[in-house]
Write a protein that binds this ligand. Sequence first.
Ligand code: NAD
Length: 289
Amino acid sequence: IEESEKFRIEYWELEEAKLRRMPPPKPLAARVALVTGGGSGIGRATALRLAAEGACVVVADRDAGAAEKVAEELGGADRAVAVAVDVTSEEQVVAAVRAASLAFGGVDLVVNNAGISISKPLLETTVADWDLQHDIMARGSFLVSREAARVMIDQGLGGDIVYVASKNGVFAGPNNIAYGATKADQAHQVRLLAAELGEHGIRVNGVNPDGVVRGSGIFAGGWGAKRAAVYGVEEERLGEFYAQRTLLKREVLPEHVAAAVFALTGGDLGHTTGLHVPVDAGVAAAFLR
Ligand code: NAD
C-alpha cells in the first residue's frame, strides 16, 4: 500500500509539473491558422471568421483557384496565402504545412474541414466510394493533424486542432454508410488526439454541423436535391423546412459553424479539449432527424 501511495503521489507531481509547463492559448491575433477545404462553404466561412478575428490564414484546398480567391478576399499576402493540397497525399500535406510555416513562421491552429459526401444505400456503395470517402476525411485529417502537431510540438506553444465532423458521425440514418462511418472515425480522432496531445498544450475539438448546411458545395452538389426528395419539399424551400424542425426554428449556415470554431479556439474555452460541439439548432439534443 505504501508503495502504491508513493507511486500515486509521484505520478501526480509529474502531472502537475506538466500542467505548470503548459502555456496558455495564444490570442487569435497572434496565431497562424490553416483551414483545409478553405476554398468553399464551411471552410471559407471559417477562414473569413478567423481572419476577421486577427489570425493569419492559410487557405488549403485541392481547388487551387477557389483557395486563391478566398485568400484574396482575406486581404492578400500579408494576412492570407493559398496552398493547393490534396489532403489524401502525404507528400502534399507535408509540403502544405511546411509552406504555411514558411509563409507566417509557424502553425498554431488547424481546421480539418476538407470533405466530400458520398451518401448512397449500402448495396450501391462501391469499394471505390468507400475508399475515396475515407481517404479524404479519415486519412486526410489524420495526415493534416499529424503534420500540424509535429510543428506545434516543436514550437512548444500549444495549439488547436478542430475537426469539422458531423451529426452523421453520431446518429445513424439510411443511405449514409461511407460518409457516416468516416465522420465517426473523425469523431474518435478528436478524442484520441486530445488524449495524446494534451500534455503539449494542444487542444483537439470538433464541431458537428447539422446534416444540411446550405451555401456549401456538398449541398449544391446533390445532397440538397436528395434531401428535398426524401422530405417531399422543393429544394429552394429546404432551408425553411429544416429550420422548422429544429428546436430553435433556425437554419444552420456556414457562418454559424465558423462561429463555433472561433468559440472553441479564440474564445475563453482554453480548458476544453476532446469535445464535440453540435451546431444544429438543437436537432441532436432532441434526437430529431
Ligand atoms: P464544400 O464542398 O463547400 O467544401 C469542401 C471543400 O473541401 C471544397 O473546397 C473542396 O475542394 C475541398 N476538398 C475536397 N476534397 C479535398 C481534398 N482531397 N483535399 C483538399 N481539399 C479538398 O462542402 P462543405 O459543406 O463546406 O463541407 C465542409 C465540411 O463540413 C466537410 O467535412 C463536410 O463533411 C462537413 N459537413 C458539411 C455539412 C453540410 O451540410 N454542408 C454538414 C455536416 C458536416
